[in-house]
Design a protein around this ligand. Structure first.
Ligand SMILES: Nc1ncnc2c1ncn2[C@@H]1O[C@H](COP(=O)(O)OP(=O)(O)O)[C@@H](O)[C@H]1O
Ligand SMILES: CC(=O)N[C@@H](CCC(=O)OP(=O)(O)O)C(=O)O
Length: 312
């Protein structure tokens, strides 16, 4: 027998249906603006902690792909590397937000990023749509790096096999994008000296966003955005210009340093906007790209408005 719905029920559902249609229509200007555009998304290790959030991230990526955008993912894996180093009895320290990478730590970093985290992210996305394909920055000479030194109190400090990106060859990534794929990239680089280098994933994402002429860089992490007076307050800076950000950088600490440097590099390199978003919020990527809700911190070319007041 065919299913029958009463007229009263249909009229009762109408309001809910209309509000869903309104949500879709509100996304229209953003769909037009970003259709065919490349968006580089840094998926931080801390943003991968929860099962429901991981699926919401994968759904967002597949949604972006079906909506005609070209998402490129650069994944992190700091907490996963920490756990693997601890299991192997290898000490792990950070200088200026970067892991001091001995040759034995480098083996673990490479194995965890390309052999574990990248595989997990690819598998996760492909459960929602068959688009993801993993690459290391070493593949097809995507990322070439030289040994980097950290600067501490104005002095250069050796931090081992940490790489500073000196060349990006995006041919292989473009080929994947042209084929409708979603590249998932691990932040390991090759060196002309035959070494492999550990590159901070925020830094790698910024270099790729610039090289790919991306319309946006989005950095997903585990805080609301850039806090103005962290750790004393949780006031989030909604938006700031590159000049203000450059002035602020010396006062920032820990993981925020490479993240905000990445936003600065990307926007100064021609990417129109960079965002730091809370990956703990379900569907934060879709909310950022397809609505005008201000979530997280946005970096724009200077001047974007009044300078923010910040105390170190
Ligand atoms: N001004 C700041 N605003 C927000 N977070 C900050 C700030 N300064 C330092 N942090 C720290 O940086 C961390 C994010 O960096 P990180 O742990 O490297 O994340 P991810 O794994 O996502 O790359 C936050 O969890 C917070 O503890
Ligand atoms: C040089 C350096 O620090 N490399 C990082 C690479 C992974 C990373 O950046 O992961 P998150 O984005 O999750 O922090 C590391 O070894 O932890």
């Amino acid at each position: 027998m065919s299913a029958i719905t009463s007229g009263a029920e249909i009229r009762g559902n109408r309001a809910g249906v209309l509000s869903k249609a309104e949500t879709l229509i509100k996304a229209l200007p953003w769909l037009e603006r970003f259709h065919g555009k490349t968006v580089v998304i840094k998926y931080g290790g801390h943003a991968m902690s929860d099962e429901e959030l991981r699926h919401s991230f994968a759904e967002d990526i597949v949604f972006l792909r079906y909506a005609g955008l070209k998402p490129v993912i650069v994944h992190g894996g700091g907490p996963q590397i920490n756990a693997a180093l601890a299991r192997n009895g290898i000490d792990s320290t950070f200088t200026a937000g970067l892991r001091v990478t001995t040759p034995e730590a480098m083996e673990v970093v490479r194995m965890v990023l390309t052999g574990q985290v990248q595989r997990d992210v690819v598998g996760l996305i492909n459960r929602h749509g068959p688009f993801a394909l993993g690459m290391s920055g070493e593949d097809a000479n995507l990322l070439t790096a030289e040994r980097k030194q950290a600067i501490v109190d104005g002095e250069p400090v050796d931090i081992g096999q940490v790489g500073e990106i000196v060349e990006v060859q995006v041919g292989a990534v473009r080929a994947l994008l042209d084929d409708g794929r979603v590249p998932v990239i691990s932040s390991i680089a090759r060196g002309d000296d035959g070494q492999v280098y550990n590159v901070n994933a925020d830094t790698a994402a910024a270099a790729l966003a610039v090289a790919l002429d991306a319309a946006k860089l989005v950095v997903l992490t585990d805080v609301d955005g850039l806090y103005a007076n962290w750790p004393d307050s949780d006031d989030v800076i909604d938006s700031l210009g590159t000049d203000e950000l450059a002035a602020l950088l010396p006062s920032l600490s820990a993981g925020m340093v490479p993240k905000m440097e990445a936003c600065l590099t990307a926007v100064r390199g021609g990417v129109p906007q960079a965002h730091v978003l809370d990956g703990r919020v379900l569907h934060s990527l879709l909310l950022e790209i397809f609505t005008d809700e201000g979530i997280g911190t946005m970096v724009l070319p200077s001047p974007p408005g009044d300078p923010v007041e910040v105390t170190a």
